[in-house]
Structure formats: structure tokens, C-alpha cells
Design a protein around this ligand. Sequence first.
Ligand code: KIV
Length: 269
Amino acid sequence: MTDPVTLPDLLAMKRRGEKIACLTAYDASSAALQDEAGIEVILVGDSLGNVIQGQPTTLSVTLDHMVYHTACVQRAARRALVLADLPFLSYCTPEQAVRSAARLIRDGGAQVVKLEGGRERLDVVRFLTEQNVPVCGHLGLQPQAIHRLGRYALQGRDAESACRMVEDARQLAEAGAMLLVLECIPWELAQEITGAVDIPTIGIGAGRHCDGQVLVWQDMLGMSARLPRFCKDFLAGNAGVREAVSAYVREVKAGIFPGDRHSFGRDGP
Ligand code: KIV
């Protein structure tokens, strides 16, 4: 077995220009398969609210749900780094965030915790970092803000919100974030953010210039009722699930996925 992937390894990959392959998983069998195929980061996302629980949003996902699924994944991840989402309203203050992160790390076995938001989360990111809890930020479309946003849509298209997002990314990195997920933003903006921060960016619906890519497992296997435009069904055209994951890893590493038709531009699709 090759050595387990660490955060410094991911940073070194960014510096070398080597793409990072990430997928979501919520159970041990899927995680084992992804791990064997060479996925570097497994995200136990609160998207489990949608794809496992059948909920319309991620808001009903609790810390207990996240701990349970993180522990399932962690048992099977021999090489991949396990990143777990802090669920909705579990990180409102630095003290609450550290208690929530402790559960994901101690009881779930996560190595990094992810939280949504920009400058309004800096206190939380700083405090977690000071306690040696590695943090992954999440900018662009933030599903936990769905009721404020009104709908799941591309973010950062106008100049003002794009500028604000670049500044949020810089501040999150300065506060100690060690990874940054960029969801549903124009590829030009993702490219700018990726160049502006030293930490690896992992995109979903953010174009090919991010340092890595992530997709929801059920989406990349074509199981979802409606495939988002930025996603590709990797099972179609491949002999089985193992082959589909290997194809995903290959295409991400080679910069083939995401292609133009899986990306959004600033001036239109
Ligand atoms: O919860 C999740 O799966 C995520 C990805 C969409 C990045 O946050």
C-alpha cells in the first residue's frame, strides 16, 4: 500500500501542478473502491441529506448523521484523506465549532473538517486552526444557505460578488484554512481564486483550472434523477463501478474532466 495522503502532500501536488481527485462517499464499500482507484480525498459531504436520506436540502443533516457516515468511510479509507462536513448550525461560534469538530475527528475519524462561508467564518476558522483542527473552506454555491439564496444557482457572475469571493478566499487561507472547495462558479473566477491562494482549491462546477475536482458519488455513477450540467456519468461507457472511478481519476489527472460543456463561463454557458 502507498502511504496515506496528507495535507502537505496535497499542497505539494498544487505546487507541482498535479491534479487532486476527490469524490464524496458515505459508506465503507464505496470508500474502499474509491481508495483502491487512487482517489486522494474522500469527502463525507452533508449532501448525504439529498442522496442517502432523500431530503430536499442538506439542512436536516445532524452531527450524529455526519459522525456515523464518517466512521463508515474512515474504516475503509486506507490511503485517502477523509474530509467531513460540519453540518448546518453546528459551527455558529468557535466553541461550538470545536465541539462539533471533535466529534467528527474523535468519533468519526475525519482528518479535516469542511465548513461553508467566507469572511463571516474567520473567527471559527482561526480558532479551529489554533486547536490543530485542519479546516477546508467552501465558497461559491453554499447549499446550507439555500433558504437565503432561494435556489441552487451559479454564484460570482457579477464583478462585485466575484471580487468579494476572491477576497474571502484570501482571508480564509490567511486564517488557516488548508483546502478550499469552490462550488458552481464561473471557471474564470475559479482560476483567479486558485492563483490567488497558496492552498489547494477543489472545484465542483467550477471548471478545469482548480487544483482538484470533486463530484457527488451518486451523480458520477449516473444514479441521480437529473444529472447537473457540470457532472458526467462515468459509468456510461465503462464496464463497471471500478472502471468508472478509474476513468474519473484518469480524466481529472489529465485535465480532461471537467471539459467546456461541464463548466460555466462568466458571460454565459
Ligand atoms: O456535501 C457535499 O457533497 C459537498 C460537495 C458538493 C462539495 O459539499
